[in-house]
Design a protein around this ligand. Structure first.
Ligand SMILES: [Zn+2]
Length: 249
């Protein structure tokens, strides 16, 4: 199936264009075996990775294991990853279920927490838990000190609100509905090609890097093998580049 990706990338090099990618991994909070496995892959391929980190309860062990790793960026993943929506609705932390002051106040506290722990590794970008955020909250995010937003699916515009650049992810390597297992190589490559070809055709914003989303805490062997293979494949290819969050936002 990597052959099909190669075919797509040839179309990019034929037109002298570089296909840009980025890697976002969600739900970091502490140093774990799974996180170390992720860092091995990132190190092996010198792949820049952005860890969407939950501020509430974040542990010093995470800052310690990431210290000195300049290919790792920290993004803000909500505040506590708590669901405030009733059971009849889809899960959401940053929705309309609480008033603005409560929501924005927590975001600000969380951002301060991450700044204190991670310093320059922090790129002040909000990754809303479950990739969902109310548009009313989006409008006010910049006032908390954040300068970016990242959800799921092709962005509609470059700026979600004034001063708030949006760069999403487009490829989910996990099949959540069937037991949180690897979505499969064919499925993942298809998701990548779908976004690349939409960008080529002008059906998706060509300026938005294609985002690979992973969740290190729930990866099975298939997820790990795919990430290893994918970043090995993308590495050193003249028609691709993997960009860090610092450069994107
Ligand atoms: Zn999450």
């Amino acid at each position: 199936m990597f052959g099909a990706l190669l075919d797509e990338l040839e179309k990019w090099s034929d037109t002298g264009k570089v296909a840009e990618f980025w890697w976002r991994d969600d739900d970091a909070q502490k140093s774990t075996k799974q996180l170390e496995q992720l860092l091995v892959i990132s190190d092996r391929h010198r792949a820049a990775v952005s860890l969407a980190t939950i501020p509430h309860g974040v542990q010093v062990s995470l800052a310690e294991v990431l210290s000195g790793r300049d290919q790792v960026s920290i993004l803000q993943h909500g505040f506590s990853h708590r669901n405030y929506a009733p059971p009849t609705e889809r899960k959401m932390e940053l929705g309309w279920h609480r008033d603005d002051e409560q929501i924005l106040g927590q975001i600000q506290v969380g951002l301060g927490e991450l700044e204190g722990l991670f310093g320059e590794q922090l790129v002040p970008v909000m990754v809303p838990p479950w990739n969902r955020i109310d548009s009313r909250v989006v409008e006010k995010l910049e006032s908390t000190g954040l300068r970016g937003l990242s959800t799921l699916g092709p962005r509609k515009q470059q700026f979600a609100a004034q001063g708030l650049k949006q760069v999403n992810v487009h490829v989910d390597i996990i099949n959540w509905k069937q037991g949180r297992c690897f979505a499969g190589e064919n499925n993942c490559i298809e998701q990548i090609i779908a976004h690349l070809s939409a960008k080529r055709a002008g059906l998706a914003d060509p300026g938005e890097p294609t985002g690979i989303m992973s969740h290190h805490l729930v990866h099975d062997a298939g997820c790990w093998a795919f990430l290893d293979e994918l970043f090995g494949f993308l590495r050193n290819r003249s028609s691709t580049s993997l960009i860090s969050a610092g450069k994107i936002f």
